[in-house]
Design a protein around this ligand. Structure first.
Ligand SMILES: [Zn+2]
Length: 65
């Protein structure tokens, strides 16, 4: 017989364990270039700008080949 829990986990304990499992709401700021909401300290997904210059080209999917 495999190892089996001695006691059933109560709903309260299960809930306490899962209290850390929630997903976080990401904080968004306005892009200074195109004014659309974007994640702070990330390249803007709409215009591809970061720190006042174009960091990535948006529109064409970049292929790794
Ligand atoms: Zn932008």
């Amino acid at each position: 017989m495999p190892p089996v829990p001695k006691k059933k986990t109560p709903k309260s304990r299960q809930g306490k364990r899962r209290s850390h499992l929630r997903t976080r709401v990401v904080a968004t700021t306005k892009c200074p270039h195109c004014h659309s909401p974007k994640q702070s300290h990330r390249v803007c997904p709409t215009c591809g700008y970061y720190k006042g210059r174009e960091a990535i080209t948006v529109g064409k999917p970049e292929l790794p080949e």
